[in-house]
Write a protein that binds this ligand. Structure first.
Ligand code: NAP
Length: 250
């Protein structure tokens, strides 16, 4: 029986790679995002396996109507991949603008919760699965990333709590915590600064979107009695810098 995955943020990076991977393996993919042109391009590329669904995570009030517009054959969702997300510009909180912080919180937290809630009845009926994209930032803090890290720590703890709520339903819940993956993530975070993005990933062999898509595929296709709670991965060339110590003058 053909399975269906619902992927948020399928217009770029990890979501687009996951859409290609799952469609290539014979799953039906509902791919969402705001950029309609990108969704249409994927639909052309993946044909019958892909249904493009324009959906803005910042507009949870629209979710019910948008989901109701899905054609019958894409309604039975087996896997929700909560991947859409972004980071506000790197900035100490004391220097940050509030609006970009709100966008990150509303996208990464509020939208993710609302969409999960909307799709849970069907996932429970099908003994499906939820895979949430968090980040290593949820565990390891760095300067200028407090709000992004906070949203991802929410995602991880939300996933664990959701497992409790879903006990006995057969629904699996996993968080994937990647380190550096070269996608449009840094381009978005820097407001379109390609040179900054290139410099960040230069000469360090970052993970690719395909690396993460392959991991998501592995998690999704494990035997149904097995739940990976959380999975953290990094490029070999990324590790930790240790504590920062501020010394008083004099
Ligand atoms: P990306 O290339 O920038 O892709 C982000 C995706 O999220 C896009 O498809 C974008 O679609 C979608 N999105 C953002 N805001 C949205 C909104 N309001 N409504 C609907 N879709 C929205 O970044 P990525 O690296 O693939 O990121 C995917 C996930 O992995 C994110 O949750 C990110 O936090 C996480 N992650 C990334 C890294 C990394 O190093 N790249 C590391 C750890 C975790 P539209 O713009 O078309 O709406």
């Amino acid at each position: 029986m053909t399975k269906t995955v619902f992927i948020t943020g399928a217009t770029a990076g990890i979501g687009a790679a996951a859409a290609r991977k799952f469609a290539g393996e014979g799953w039906q993919v509902v791919g969402t995002g705001r950029r309609r042109d990108r969704l249409d391009e994927l639909a052309t590329e993946l044909g019958d396996f892909f249904y493009p669904l324009a959906l803005d995570m910042l507009r949870p009030a629209d979710f019910e109507t948008t989901l109701a517009s899905l054609p019958d054959r894409y309604r039975a969702i087996d896997l929700l991949l909560n991947n859409a997300g972004l980071a506000p510009p790197m900035s100490n909180l004391q220097d940050a603008e509030q609006d970009p912080l709100d966008v990150a919180i509303d996208t990464n937290v509020t939208g993710l919760v609302a969409l999960t809630r909307a799709l849970l009845p069907g996932l429970i009926a099908r003994k499906g699965a939820v895979i949430n994209l968090a980040s290593v930032a949820a565990t390891y803090p760095y300067r200028g990333g407090a709000v992004y890290a906070g949203t991802k720590a929410f995602v991880r703890q939300f996933s664990l709590g959701l497992r409790c709520d879903l006990a006995g339903t057969g629904v699996r819940v996993t968080t994937i915590d990647p380190g550096m993956v070269e996608t449009e993530f840094t381009l978005v975070r820097t407001g379109g600064d390609q040179a900054a993005s290139d410099a960040l990933y230069a000469n360090m062999d970052p993970m690719t979107a395909e690396d993460i898509a392959g991991t998501i595929w592995w998690v999704a296709t494990l035997p149904p009695h097995l739940n990976i709670n959380a999975l953290e991965l990094m490029p070999v060339n990324q590790s930790w810098a240790g504590f920062a110590v501020h010394r008083n003058e004099g």
